[in-house]
Design a protein around this ligand. Structure first.
Ligand code: PHE
Length: 513
């Protein structure tokens, strides 16, 4: 019916100037007309031009006032001629009507809010707001000033109306011919294929999107990061326990027992088993001493170190816990594992996320080596944007450096990691020689992945809100950003450094035997 109406009209007239008016005059639903116009346009039976109009509609609050009257009039009508106490008036009307009504009625100079009594200053009032709202509801025009007032009070909101103006197209016809999309056995038997008009092939049509079987972007980025580490000669640390003792998560890292990060607001402590059973006693003793009295040139923190605090079990709050365990054994390591922090979840924070941790141990390492190694990850980060380094503080590193990358979506720099050189107060109790330096870093896995894929809400990437659709579009992107051969080329030829050498260098094994 809608199609006949459009084609029939265009047969006798030049143009349908407004699909909205056209639909209204004929009592046809405008959406039906729009669907038909789009389809006729596709077959070039008609030419269509967009028409956009801004119109005003009532918000939910506006609708209630259009029905029940504005709050200022409701409030006014609730005041008896002799006046009323504030408490009683409050009891008579809705809390929101009271609040908004009082301020508007005062502004209009309709009422006086005395210390004792609320009383009327005028006899009668008109409900202009209600009248205006009803006019808008009925699609009638109102003054710009009135629109501004209602808009400011959030009683109306703009809505874009979309329609078309329509003219005859190049394939204009009074009726649409049904074109055949398939040549069937029956067509051939009947011989009617000779008269049939076939639909043209659309060679630029997209195929069906493939369903299922996608790797999650976090897994892909994680895999690529592993490749970078392994090519640099790192060995992966065993990250097989989310549950860690406070000793390895904090104390071994020279993190004082009063440090705010240990607070239950930031750390998930375990109820059962609440404490660890075994710790290396002689090392514990040295850690206690360096916290209490310092040593190795440090003054320590000068407090009573408590074994019970160190024994408390928790969910690892950073992968540096694993690093401290492994450093105790000494090598060049990396890990990628899940960590837990008792944080409010928002667009860039989760209470459970992943850290990419790495450490290198050698004589003569400097801050330059740290930044240099971080730039090894640059093929990954440069797909997104530049890196920035900023001085920071960690109890266990000095100097400490935060790593930032630019997020095009947020239009700001976001922190993607933290790093530093482990302090002697942490290393020397482990028994490392004094001249051995350790550079280490912990990067977020989620933040760079977000930047890389232009995802602006971390919850779209990790957790129950992840859409299969997102994973499938990520498939298309990944290969252009990561070219493992290119990374290998970058590492070995351009920088002329092979950190694998450090690993094979006997100096790096000091302290192991
Ligand atoms: N543990 C730090 C964090 O969670 C990261 C880090 C690792 C910093 C190693 C310095 C050295 O933010």
């Amino acid at each position: 019916m809608a199609e006949d109406a459009v084609l029939g009209f265009l047969e006798k007239n030049e143009e349908i100037s407004d699909s909205g008016d056209f639909a209204a005059e004929r009592g046809i639903n405008h959406n039906d007309i729009v669907d038909i116009i789009k389809s006729l346009h596709g077959f070039r039976l008609v030419d269509a031009q967009d028409i956009k109009r801004e119109k005003w509609v009532l918000t939910d609050e506006g609708k209630t006032y259009a029905a029940a009257g504005s709050p200022e009039v409701q409030l006014f009508l609730a005041i008896p001629p002799e006046g009323i106490s504030r408490e009683e008036l409050q009891r008579k009307v809705d809390p929101s009507v009271y609040k908004i009504g009082c301020s508007q009625a005062m502004k209009n100079k309709w009422v006086e809010m005395g210390k004792q009594l609320v009383s009327k200053k005028v006899q009668n009032v008109d409900d202009k707001v209600k009248d205006l709202l009803i006019r808008i509801q009925d699609g009638k025009a109102i003054d710009q000033d009135d629109i501004d007032t209602l808009k400011k009070r959030k009683l109306i909101a703009p809505q874009i109306w979309k329609g078309y103006s329509v003219k005859k197209g190049p394939n204009d016809a009074p009726k649409r011919k049904k074109v055949a999309t398939d040549l069937t056995r029956e067509n051939l038997q009947r011989g009617d294929w000779k008269e049939l008009e076939f639909k043209e092939y659309n060679f630029s049509a997209k195929g069906q999107p493939t369903e299922g079987g996608h790797l999650h972007p976090l897994l892909k980025v994680r895999q690529q990061l592993k490749m970078i580490f392994l090519q640099m000669g790192f060995e992966e640390m065993p990250t097989d326990n989310f549950v860690e003792s406070s000793f390895w998560n904090f104390d071994a890292l020279f993190q004082p027992q009063q440090h705010p990060a240990r607070d239950s607001h930031d750390t998930f402590f375990l109820q059962a088993p609440s404490t660890t059973k075994t710790l290396p006693e002689d090392y514990v003793e040295r850690v206690k001493r360096v916290h209490e009295f310092g040593g190795y040139g440090s003054r320590g923190y000068g407090y009573d170190w408590k074994r019970e605090e160190a024994n408390k079990n928790l969910l690892q709050t950073h992968t540096t816990a694993v690093s401290s365990r492994m450093l105790y054994l000494l090598a060049q390591y990396f890990s990628i594992d899940r960590v837990f922090r008792n944080e409010a979840v928002d667009r860039t924070h989760l209470a459970e996320f992943h850290q990419i941790e790495g450490l290198v141990c050698d004589r003569g390492l400097t801050l330059g080596d740290l930044i240099g190694v971080l730039l090894y990850f640059h093929p990954l980060f440069s797909g997104m944007s530049k890196l920035r380094f900023k001085p920071a503080y960690n109890p266990y590193t000095e100097p400490s450096v935060e790593i930032f990358s630019y997020h095009e979506g947020f239009k700001k720099w976001v922190e993607i990691g933290n790093s530093g050189m482990f302090r002697p107060e942490m290393l020397l109790p482990m028994g490392l020689p004094e001249d051995v330096r350790v550079i280490a870093w912990g990067l977020s896995l989620e933040r760079p992945t977000m930047i890389l894929y232009g995802i602006d809400n971390i919850r779209d990437l990790f957790g129950h809100k992840v859409q299969l659709y997102l994973l499938s579009i990520c498939d298309l992107l990944i290969n252009t950003v990561f070219d493992v051969n290119w990374i290998a080329f970058f590492c070995h030829l351009v920088l002329q450094v092979d950190l694998g050498l450090i690993k094979r260098n006997p100096i790096c094994r000091i302290g192991i035997d």
